[in-house]
Write a protein that binds this ligand. Structure first.
Ligand code: F6P
Length: 331
């Protein structure tokens, strides 16, 4: 990127995440502080196709830090996956005179960003998804808030499970990744945790854990299951078949995606939004802003999309060590 950046667009795309608004605010204010005009694109890539925009000012992003959701709206666009759709998006950029786009979202958003960058529109990505499953960054905006929301819900469920001496199966989000379930399961001291990365032995991971807790004197059991590891009703049925107890079923669902972002998400979103604009100011586009050991890093988009993030086995082991009924009990 050689020419001076005068006007950029900012959009949010894919599943929303608490802290997206804080990122939008940071992008707008950093842009204006650098003499760059900022245009909000509503409804993600779909909005770019349809030229759905709003002019942003320092004031228009006031009072956003503590608001969940995204004021720019979000969407998952089928049309953007077609060459014709992407060409329309490029035409919008030409019409509005956009020198670049800051795209806030997850992996799907960044795959779109790569395609757009190949058509000559520079894009900088800011990772935001409650799943924390973007390969090129340790952390994605929204994860901390979603974990805390799920933990708060499960603590409440546990109170009544304890009173009534029952078993509960709680489904948390995470279609392809168990980061959220592992973190939440560890933090609530779950009897058993099921993640998509380890579905091989239900007997060992769930039934033996409940049995172990029972033998240790427990009278209530909390099973946390990631959405991608099987649905909570099926898990409940399998527990009933194996142990003769009827678990209660709770799907936390979209409650995890909404609500006030935590301090960590607001602060991280602010820094990431700042560095996203800074990349444009310094003449770099086509990268993703990430974190590594707490510091902000910039990864070229193409490389970022090849990176993979695996569930941390050490953390999984720590979670297991806290449970009953596994082979670790007898070592
Ligand atoms: O990507 C975030 C996420 O919340 C996933 O955990 C979940 O599988 C998905 O979005 C659900 O999306 P929606 O309910 O919007 O279809």
């Amino acid at each position: 990127m050689e020419k001076k950046v005068r006007r950029i667009g900012v959009l949010t795309s894919g599943g929303d995440a608490p802290g997206m608004n804080a990122a939008v605010r940071a992008v707008v204010r950093t842009a204006i502080a650098n003499g760059i005009e900022c245009i909000g694109i509503r409804r993600g890539w779909q909005g770019l196709i349809g030229c759905d925009f709003v002019r942003m000012t320092r004031e228009s992003v006031g009072h956003l830090l503590s608001r969940g959701g995204t004021v720019l709206y979000t969407a998952r666009s089928e049309e953007f996956m077609t060459p014709e759709g992407r060409q329309k998006a490029v035409n919008t950029c030409k019409m509005l005179g956009l020198d670049g786009i800051v795209a806030i979202g997850g992996d799907g958003t960044f795959r779109g960003a790569l395609e757009l960058s190949r058509l000559g529109v520079p894009v900088v990505g800011v990772p935001a998804t409650i799943d924390n499953d973007v390969g090129c960054t340790n952390y994605t905006i929204g994860f901390d808030s979603a974990c805390n929301t799920a933990i708060e819900c499960i603590d409440k469920i546990r109170d009544t499970m304890q009173s009534h001496e029952r078993c509960s199966v709680v489904e948390v989000m995470g279609r392809n990744a168990g980061f959220l379930a592992l973190y939440v399961g560890t933090a609530v001291g779950a009897t058993a945790v099921l993640v998509p990365e380890h579905v091989e032995s239900f007997e060992e991971n769930v039934i033996e854990r409940i049995r172990g807790a029972k033998l240790a004197g427990y009278t209530h059991f909390m099973v946390v299951v990631a959405e991608g590891a099987g649905n909570a009703a099926d898990v409940g049925q399998k527990i009933q078949d194996a142990l003769g107890i009827k678990p209660t079923i709770t799907v936390i669902g979209h409650i995890q995606r909404g609500g006030t972002p935590t301090g960590r998400d607001r602060e991280t979103a602010t820094r990431m939004g700042y560095y996203a604009v800074q990349a444009f100011v310094e003449g770099r586009g086509n990268c993703i802003i990430g974190t590594q050991e707490g510091s902000i890093v910039e990864i070229p988009i193409e490389e970022a999309l090849t990176r993979q993030k695996h569930l941390q086995m050490e953390r999984y082991k720590i979670m297991e060590y806290m449970q009953f009924g596994g082979s670790h009990e007898y070592q």
